[in-house]
Design a protein around this ligand. Sequence first.
Ligand code: NAD
Length: 253
Amino acid sequence: MSRFSLTGRTALVTGGARGCGLAMAEGLAEAGANIAIFDMIEPEIVFADLATRYNVKTSFYRVDVTSCESLDEGFADFERDFGGALDICVPCAGVNKNVKLLDMTPEDFDRLCDVNIKGAYCTMQHAAKMMVKNRTTKGSIIIVASIAASRAVRGQYSSAYCATKGAVRAMCAPSAVELAEYGIRVNTISPGYIKTEMTAPFPHLLESWKSEVMNNRIGMPDDIKGACIFLASDASSYMTGNDIAVDGGVLNW
Ligand SMILES: NC(=O)c1ccc[n+]([C@@H]2O[C@H](COP(=O)([O-])OP(=O)(O)OC[C@H]3O[C@@H](n4cnc5c(N)ncnc54)[C@H](O)[C@@H]3O)[C@@H](O)[C@H]2O)c1
């Protein structure tokens, strides 16, 4: 199991204040990584315990991933506090908007693209530059995509959201090709239907989506942890430019 250990490594998770991002941050800490979180909201209380529970260093930075200035500042603060020792980056910050194609406003469309595409891309770019600079040979970037990259979300108006997650999937392989020479791997995780603040406003859908899942249950944020630890660690050292769907079998049923 030592190939799964992240002891001595440092991870940055955007959107890590709650939901899937927080669960992945917790999983990475449990595997031994120091954790930095970028988010626009204060992390849930559990984040404050990670440092003592897993004997790692943690820090939260208020960063808006849609703003170049905010990202610049966040990475500069991270570099100061963690000595630039970045090994793992999980661009997870994301938003959804349940609006019909015919009613979508340019402002709402821009917002989805800014957070889900530009935010993920610019976070990856910053992280890759820091990894090249610190010469880590263990670099791993894990972008959070979605099953929505390859199918419509049943019961929702998902044209714009699906477009953004398709873009996330599409940026993975070419980025992996370019970063391979620096020992940096790039993969995506595509969660299925997960119960978080993003999906909580739709209890009827959480119920009906179960029928699309092979094991007939909605996922919890903790269900994503294992794939994240695997992709962050040496256990996945031969895996890059690819995707892991953690979806209870939705995509294959
Ligand atoms: N919940 C699901 O069913 C599901 C399924 C597939 C993919 N996803 C993806 O998982 C990721 C996490 O979503 P979640 O379900 O945990 O939702 P969530 O709303 O609980 O978490 C999203 C986090 O992103 C943060 N965030 C939003 N905009 C930001 C910005 N501009 N800058 C910094 N942080 C920002 C939020 O504050 C929040 O902490 C998203 O990318 C989402 O698209 C979720």
